[in-house]
Ligand binder design. Sequence first.
Ligand code: CA
Length: 163
Amino acid sequence: MFYNKIFVLAVYYFAAVNSLIFENNNSSSLNIKYHVSSDEQNWFQALIRCHNAGMELASIRSKTDYDNLDKYLKENGFKGGYWLSATNLGNGNYYWASSGSAVIYSNWLPNQPDNAKLAENKYKGENCIQWGIYNSNPEPSGWNDMHCNYKIRYICQETDVCE
Ligand SMILES: [Ca+2]
């Protein structure tokens, strides 16, 4: 069963057009495939759309995850900001909403998170994590807290746990 699953994953990977799928071959037991959306949604809708597609809004739990996703985005020319699944709307601490795990590993951009209270977000601050800065080009690597209602692209992930 295990090898069948690996074979299917391998075929899926190599058949992927334009490398929209990324296989995270790290030393952990997790194989993660990332999908970058073509549509733009607020954070809440991004969470729902990934779930409805049978996936999860992406979570970055280690430096390995971070490095692999960074490499994938750069190699495939993805520029812009993308929602990840972390928010601090619950109790003020950041959690990955897809899994309920606390954000332990982090990789904030310089001067972030700043919980910026801007006129464009009605001075309500920033409570959801995005990868990069949505209106910056070239796209910096790292995280920014951003107002959850902004509509930007998002990253879903498929996680296959091998036991
Ligand atoms: Ca910010």
